[in-house]
Design a protein around this ligand. Structure first.
Ligand SMILES: *Cc1c(COP(=O)(O)O)cnc(C)c1O
Length: 378
């Protein structure tokens, strides 16, 4: 069985972890965390990166920095992972869901202005499959209406929009290093702080609400509780593992792109024959091969394809149940307008295994044979 995901190793992870232990420091914010921060800042051209223990944590930290009041509204797609909405619900804010574009499955930027109310405080674009949302439009609406933009770039590491790295464009950006993402350390993430005025508070909120970071840099002579915060930092073992991956971020991305390109090329005839739809990447977006998905012709077509592929030894998966139709989404959020594309496309999407070393020919063969078998059976 070809598994859906297999975590990649560069080969240096365990040596770095041993080194972290030899430093005699396994808690957070040691030398490996510092090196990860510097790497991320250089790779993504951001003023400040702070490791967190997940993208969920980075989103929660971002929501704390956004100073939301109960009842404030945050615009986001419904077609996303629960953490995107949860972070704001934890602050008493209301997620307001917007439909997605049928081409990229990203939040439809033309629907944002119609969703604004007196309570709107922030927009959370989610860069689905590492393909950028229309950030120029989003940033200009945000500027006109004095809204904060928090990019959910969990899937966007190393991808670009008009030359700029995803996560570096909004006021804040959130990355994930979960084992199913491109650059990994098991569970991990980072908050990218693109507005220098937010850096000092971000460090404090991330360190249990204390000024420990400033104290260690010798900037203050007392280390004390300054404001509301929590513990968002990972330990040094995770940072050590992550550093090995960050050092190879470019080659990891390229090797994933090779698999993505293979799938895209091999599936062109099936798309031309109207059997499935392939992903769309706009000209000005450079994606990172986080995901390869196809859209089946209907929800029942998808179910049949997944079963037929599993019979042929390949494990495709699907996601997400749109948040507006989930129990918690209904309780805590609301929709702005109909969720036409969200509802239709989420039920047709299936993701192919995409990892370094996957037998891409076998995956394609199994999908194409399944498409044929399903067509004959129907
Ligand atoms: C993976 C993912 C997250 C959560 O990341 P974790 O690091 O697992 O917390 C959030 N949003 C999106 C869009 C994701 O794909």
């Amino acid at each position: 069985m070809i598994p859906f995901n297999r975590p990649h190793l560069t080969g240096r992870e365990f040596a770095y972890m041993a080194e972290a232990h030899a430093h005699g420091m396994l808690a957070g914010d040691g030398p490996f965390t510092q090196r990860c921060h510097e790497r991320l800042q250089a790779l993504l051209a951001v003023p400040k990166a702070l490791l967190t223990h997940s993208c969920t944590a980075a989103l929660e930290l971002a929501a704390l920095l956004a100073d939301l009041q109960p009842g404030d509204e945050v615009l986001m797609p419904s077609y996303t992972f629960a953490s995107t909405a949860n972070a704001f619900v934890l602050r008493g804010a209301v997620p307001v869901f917007i439909d997605i574009r049928p081409d990229t499955l990203n939040l439809d930027e033309t629907l944002i202005e119609g969703a604004l109310t007196r309570r709107t405080r922030a927009i959370v674009p989610v860069h689905y499959a590492g393909v950028a949302c229309e950030m120029d439009t989003i940033m200009s609406i945000a500027q006109e209406n004095r809204l904060m933009v928090i990019e959910d770039a969990a899937q966007g590491m190393m991808a670009r929009y008009k030359g700029r790295c995803l996560g570096s464009i909004g006021h804040l950006g959130c990355l994930s290093f979960h084992e199913t993402k491109n650059i990994i350390c098991g569970e991990g993430g980072a908050l990218l702080i693109n507005q220098p005025g937010l850096i000092e508070r971000a460090e404090i909120v991330r360190e249990k609400g204390t000024n420990r970071s400033q104290f260690f840099r010798g900037e203050v002579d007392k280390y004390t509780w300054c404001e509301m915060g929590s513990s968002f930092l990972p330990g040094e073992l995770n940072a050590a593992f992550l550093l090995a991956q960050l050092e190879d971020a470019e080659s990891i991305t390229q090797r994933r792109l090779d698999v993505w390109d293979f799938y895209h090329h091999a599936l062109a005839p099936a798309e031309a024959a109207g059997l499935l739809r392939r992903p769309v990447v706009p000209e000005h977006c450079r994606h990172n091969a986080h995901m390869y998905y196809v859209l089946a012709r209907s929800p029942t077509h998808r179910t049949a394809l997944i079963a037929a592929m599993r019979e042929r030894g390949v494990g495709p998966v699907f996601h997400y149940v749109p948040l507006h139709s989930s129990p918690a989404g209904r309780r805590y959020g609301r929709c702005s307008g109909p969720m036409t594309h969200t509802d239709a496309l989420s039920e047709r999407l299936l993701r192919l295994p995409l990892w370094i070393g996957v037998d891409e020919q076998r995956v394609v063969d199994s999908l194409l044979a399944s498409v044929d078998a399903v067509a004959q059976g129907a």
